[in-house]
Design a protein around this ligand. Structure first.
Ligand code: ADP
Length: 445
């Protein structure tokens, strides 16, 4: 497995408008979160389970031993530092490994162990003595496929007999050859080509089919068509596993339509995260005042690390340059960076080489840097209609206050409109956002 590929060809990036709201696609956001994540996102919330087929047994496991994994796979799991199954794994893994096999539709926020769950299921299900593909995992992008492959390679460290093959751009195959690897991890177009055009493996022999980031896959027309075409070729006994951080109603309906008798597992979102976060707003009448507010806050409170969210790349770049000129160690993460550059920025930030990370919405989802204690909304998050985007707000400020620690969120208010948005957010979550005098941040504690 060539892991270096993850940083290849980024030419499609960097063509965006500097002043436009900076947004990443869900697939890109998911990739970033995978890169920066150190460990599991622990969830205190309940799991909701729905069974279409009441005959299918349902049980949960509290240990990896209870799953009767191949010994070398269990060794791999422990080697990765996993002591016990995560919440989603508790229920998903027994269902995924049960005989006869069961179909699953699972939803849990990123970082909760979904990838590890389906990777483990694929590795458990394949018979390495049979030299042909038996499991397929489809990912929406090249980079996500590589991330999944890396997790699989890591977990299969003590199972050298299991072979993985990437079906992504740049991978060459010759017509007439036959794949001998057991697991294919790839993007839909390539897998489709290999299965139907080149016929280099027999899709009827696939016994495990994983759709990762199902919402992205099903939402994007091109991907959806390809997934359906692949799905149509699978044998009826093939086990289906759909995983996603979110499912819109349409995507869920569609999933239930194509996944027969699924067990549906949903891990509820952590709204109560707000309980751990002190929320404040600061009134500023100009960009300069916003800047001063930030330096005051930064000067007073730079205990841990801070993330500052701006609406546009231009604002992010301006702020970063100004702070850097004033001698602060800041890093910037915005959409024009290549994947390689983003990884670099995030690695440095995680290693505390910079105390402040200035970013755009790019970073709002699923990213946990444990030491982040302050999140500043230089601009409040708004949707395309200019209304309060409460979900993004929650994602942003949810970067702090993790793992039971106290976090602080500070919103810079530079107009009546911003004040109105701030009030809407306050109302939405029914959680007070306190007034803060930026000259006197001591109030915070
Ligand atoms: P998701 O696919 O839901 O985003 P991942 O499977 O990538 O989540 O897991 C998130 C992080 O937690 C990864 O770094 C992974 O190695 C780690 N992880 C997964 N399962 C466990 C576990 N049972 N115990 C400890 N860490 C885990």
């Amino acid at each position: 497995i060539n892991l270096k590929q993850a940083t290849a060809d980024q030419s499609h990036l960097g063509e965006l408008d500097d002043e436009a709201p900076d947004h990443f696609s869900p697939a890109e956001a998911s990739l970033l979160s995978k890169i920066i994540r150190k460990g599991l996102v622990e969830s205190k919330n309940d799991i909701e389970v729905q069974r279409k087929d009441p005959r299918s047994p349902l049980y949960s496991v509290k240990t990896f031993e209870a799953l009767n994994l191949k010994p070398n796979l269990l060794k791999g799991v422990y080697e990765m530092g996993f002591n016990a199954p995560s919440k989603i794994q508790e229920l998903a893994l027994p269902a995924l490994l049960a005989e006869p096999s069961q179909n699953l539709i699972a939803q849990a926020q990123s970082g909760t162990g979904k990838t590890a769950a389906f990777v483990l299921a694929m590795l458990s299900r394949v018979d390495a003595t049979k030299p042909y593909p038996q499991a397929i995992c489809l990912s929406p992008t090249y980079e996500l496929a590589i991330q999944t492959g890396e997790a699989a390679a890591h977990m299969a460290k003590f199972c050298p007999e299991i072979e993985l093959r990437y079906a992504v751009r740049g991978e060459q195959v010759s017509r007439g050859s036959q794949l001998t690897e057991h697991i294919i991890i790839g993007t839909p177009g390539k897998v489709l080509d290999w299965a139907l055009k080149f016929k280099i493996f027999d899709i009827k022999k696939i016994s495990v089919f994983v759709l990762d980031e199902a919402d992205v896959m099903i939402d994007q027309q091109g991907h959806q068509d390809q997934c359906i075409r692949i799905h149509k070729q699978l044998s009826t006994s093939c086990q289906m596993m759909f995983f996603s951080a979110t499912y819109s109603q349409e995507v869920m309906d569609f999933s239930e339509h194509i996944v027969k008798n699924p067990i549906i597992i949903k891990l509820k979102r952590e709204e109560e995260i707000l309980n751990n976060i002190g929320q404040y707003y600061v009134k500023c009448s100009s960009a300069e005042e916003k800047y001063n507010a930030i330096t005051n806050i930064y000067g007073t409170l730079a205990i841990g690390q801070a993330i500052i969210f701006c609406h546009t790349r231009k604002a992010a770049a301006w702020l970063a340059a100004k702070m850097a000129r004033d001698g602060h160690a800041v890093a910037v993460l915005s959409g024009e960076l290549t994947v390689e550059q983003r990884i670099n920025v995030l690695d440095r930030f995680r290693a505390s080489q910079e105390k402040v990370l200035i970013t755009t919405n790019v970073l709002s989802r699923g990213i946990d840097v444990e030491q982040v204690t302050i999140v500043v909304n230089y601009d409040l998050p708004v949707n395309l209609q200019g209304e309060a985007d409460c979900e993004t707000y929650l994602h942003r400020i949810g970067r702090t206050g993790r793992f039971g620690k106290k976090g602080i969120a500070i919103n810079l208010i530079d107009s009546d409109n911003a004040m109105r948005i701030c009030k809407d957010i306050e109302k939405h979550f029914s959680k007070k956002i306190h007034f803060l005098n930026a000259e006197d941040c001591e109030e915070i504690e």
